[in-house]
Design a protein around this ligand. Structure first.
Ligand SMILES: [Cu+2]
Length: 65
């Protein structure tokens, strides 16, 4: 289990954070996702690889910074 931290600059509202959360949970159903709309920071506690989590977010249409 590791915690990833990254920024999603185009995460604008709760629909965005829901989409991002679902995309990550499709990769790892046991992932814990915390997305902060104000700071655009996303924290993910997961067993999945950083690459696969970031890829899921970008495939959902979001920028991973
Ligand atoms: Cu949105």
């Amino acid at each position: 289990m590791m915690t990833l931290h990254f920024t999603v600059p185009n995460m604008a509202c709760s629909a965005c954070s829901d989409t991002i959360t679902h995309a990550i949970k499709a990769v790892d159903p046991s992932a814990k996702v915390n997305a902060d709309l104000k700071t655009k920071l996303v924290d993910v506690e997961t067993q999945a690889s950083e690459t696969s989590v970031k890829q899921a977010v970008s495939e959902a249409g979001y920028t991973v910074a």
